[in-house]
Design a protein around this ligand. Structure first.
Ligand code: ADP
Ligand code: MG
Length: 673
């Protein structure tokens, strides 16, 4: 069966499952097979409680020696059990599972897994541990079990059933890579790799599966880029803009700062593109906080002066609004006759109708928004420029809309992902790239510190001191709600915990990606206006937010995040004149190398280069590294060796067969940066 056959054609996938899959952008069998596990559970040999480190994950084989009964606490029920591992007692606590007393009876033995905690008096306990009957556990010891991102209505077992059916359906498919290339790069077959990623027989099998799939991701990407380059030679002519007007210099004159040398150079490049005869397709790369936004504004003003409309697309509601506010203020100061409008999913009713009308009749000169900008109902009078901010954050489908509307329109893409030059050349060849490597003057480098989570108290004390100075603070947790994974700090519970330990006058708010746009905006507005002291958030905050009064960012479970993501997160602070701080809290025995790199370096490009040199083996068993989310498995830094091989292979394959067909080939227009 073909990989692009609809998932519906699989046995057992009914309309309900189809809908649930669609919500995760799984439409075809190929999509399903590429819905990779986010991590793997390794069923380790149980250890003794006395050898386990408090605060760490442990696996204990315990016999139940006592049941403590069920208590009610508000709406919650709490049950306690006493376990014995042959030399120590461990208490087991469960919430809202009163029925467990039927299972965990005195004298029975189970294997429990969870984070070992210790009371002040040295009593060990596990909260809400995972458990399995001892005899059953002995059958899975040493195996790897994939953990999938949550799909509503589809548990792991059901998911595995679907995946097995999908693998079965495609098992006869031929590999798209020529056999001699597979051999040359020491790869396993494509189908074998898909099986290995979902049903690994052991770690070695998983490694090999990952290598092949990562290779394929890079390979199809590079084939796409190469082919696109051939096509770009034939691309349509642009409508050159006039650049001898006065609006941009007037705009610059009323800015509260002057452009840095790098910004001025990038602006020259962008202006020359817009004045030129070939269509602009430029990437503006700049570290977090390097001041990319102002260049977007300048390009948009120039476009308006030429009588055309410009669009600025941001990946989030909050960021779009922030850009709107910034631009409106600068325009007001300069007194230029330019009218910006905002169009996002949250702009509704009359406001929306008016925005749409002004875009259609041309009275709106600049349109700022989210991907709503390129939905069908939006009709441009004369679209002359498209700028996308934080391009790497957009989903594939959101980007397609943009390229359709923005056909033959100059494009400026802004990205804060520092790509080392060596990699950029492999990936994009000689494409148009402007770079901001330095931060504007007057910024103090952020002081960074990685500490073990057992030192959390110190971090809190520090945060309190900063808040007392009038500053604000971000706290980042990886997961949203309890249950995604127990040991990961989560936003909902975390906010509660913070409230309990901090003085009552500290104002705490929380933000997650799952909130409705209006709710997110309200939270962000409260934070940027200083009504909130601490904002507890998932990584949604990573994208472009600018609150100069925030001087501390505390990142929980820092070991869960990739290097570039941590760097982006850190970039939320250090945006004002005050000294800013970043505290990485990690669990586990050793400090991950990347935290050390971050402690010692503040420049994103330096970090990327260093990482490339000092890269250790990939963090295979951690949650997927999501520094550059356009690849499902591959990480440009961690997997740069494979990238090099894939690039060499793609060139070779295209040389021998210029019409080579690659089933997952991707078109890029920088959208995958
Ligand atoms: P990013 O590149 O991360 O999008 P921003 O455009 O948000 O960065 O800029 C970060 C901050 O730096 C903003 O507060 C902006 O006003 C300020 N800024 C930008 N350019 C300069 C400059 N040349 N001098 C001083 N401050 C600047
Ligand atoms: Mg930005």
């Amino acid at each position: 069966m073909r990989l692009d056959a609809p998932v519906r054609t699989l046995k057992g996938v009914g309309p309900r499952a189809e809908e649930e899959f669609a919500a995760k952008e799984i439409f075809t069998i190929g999509d399903l097979l590429r819905f990779y596990p986010s991590s793997y559970d390794y069923f380790e040999q149980p250890m003794k409680a006395e050898d386990a480190l408090p605060g760490n994950h442990c696996t204990l084989s315990l016999t139940i020696i006592g049941t403590g009964g069920v208590f009610r606490k508000g709406s919650r029920s709490i049950s306690h059990f006493e376990g014995w591992d042959g030399s120590s007692k461990v208490r087991l606590t469960f919430f809202n599972m009163p029925y467990l007393k039927q299972t965990l009876q005195k004298g029975t033995s189970f294997v429990f897994r969870g984070v070992l905690r210790q009371t002040g008096t040295g009593n060990k306990y596990l909260e809400q541990p995972w458990f399995m009957e001892k005899s059953k556990y002995s059958q899975v010891i040493g195996t790897l079990q994939p953990v999938y991102p949550v799909i509503k209505g589809t548990g792991t077992a059901r998911m595995r059933g679907f995946l097995a059916a999908a693998l079965e359906a495609v098992s006869g498919n031929a590999d798209f890579l020529p056999a001699d290339q597979i051999k040359k790069y020491d790869l396993i077959g494509r189908i074998e790799a898909l099986r290995g990623i979902h049903f690994p027989t052991d770690r070695d099998n998983l490694q090999k599966a990952r290598k092949r799939l990562i290779f394929d991701e890079f390979f199809s990407f590079i084939i796409g880029v190469r082919r696109q380059k051939q096509e770009e030679g034939k691309q349509a002519d642009s409508r050159p803009m006039k650049t001898d007007g006065s609006w941009c210099s007037r705009f610059l004159k009323y800015l509260p700062f002057s452009l840095t040398a790098e910004q001025a150079m990038a602006w020259d490049e962008i202006r020359a593109d817009l004045a030129g005869k070939t269509l602009m397709n430029r990437l503006l790369q700049g570290d977090v906080g390097s001041g990319k936004t102002i260049l977007a504004f300048l390009a948009l003003v120039l476009c308006a002066e030429n009588g055309r409309q410009g669009a600025l697309m941001a990946p989030t509601e909050v960021l779009a609004r922030q850009h709107m506010e910034g631009l409106t203020e600068y325009l007001k100061k300069s007194g230029l006759p330019v009218r910006p409008v905002l169009l996002t999913g949250a702009v509704k009713g009359r406001e929306r109708r008016e925005a749409l009308k002004s875009i259609a009749d041309g009275s709106a000169d600049i349109v700022i928004g989210t991907h709503a900008l390129f939905q069908e109902a939006v009709d441009y009078h004369d679209l002359g420029l498209v700028v996308t901010d934080e391009q790497h954050r957009f989903g594939v489908r959101q980007r397609t809309g943009l390229t359709e509307k923005g056909k033959d329109v100059p494009v400026l893409v802004m990205s804060a992902t520092p790509i080392p030059r060596t990699l950029a050349i492999i990936l994009y060849g000689e494409l148009q790239v402007s770079c901001l490597r330095k931060l504007p003057p007057g910024r103090m480098p952020i002081k960074s510190l990685a500490i073990h989570e057992t030192q959390r108290g110190r971090a809190y004390a520090f945060i309190l001191k900063e808040i007392e100075k009038g500053r604000q603070c971000y706290v980042i947790c990886p997961a949203v709600e309890e249950g995604e994974s127990q040991e990961i700090e989560n936003v909902t519970d975390y906010s509660e915990k913070l409230r309990a330990v901090l003085p009552p006058y500290i104002r705490i708010d929380s933000l997650t990606g799952r909130m409705k746009p209006d709710g997110k905006n309200a939270v962000m507005n409260r934070f940027s206006s200083g009504e909130t002291d601490i904002l507890v958030s998932t990584t949604v905050i990573e994208v472009g937010i600018n609150v100069p009064n925030a001087t501390v960012i505390l990142i929980e479970n820092a070991e869960r995040f990739g290097l570039s993501q941590l760097h982006q997160l850190r970039g939320r602070v250090g945006r004002g004149r005050d000294q800013s701080y970043c505290i990485f809290l990690y669990s586990g025995k050793e400090k991950p190398d990347r935290l050390e790199i971050l402690e010692k370096n503040s420049n994103g490009f330096d970090i990327a280069e260093k990482d490339l040199k000092a890269r250790g083996p990939g963090d295979l068993f951690g949650v997927r590294q999501s520094g550059l989310p356009q690849f499902a498995l591959a990480d440009l830094y961690e997997d740069s060796d494979i990238l090099r091989q894939a690039s060499e292979c793609a060139d070779e394959v295209l040389r021998l067969n210029p019409g080579f067909y690659c089933p997952e080939e991707r078109r890029v227009d920088y959208s995958t940066i």
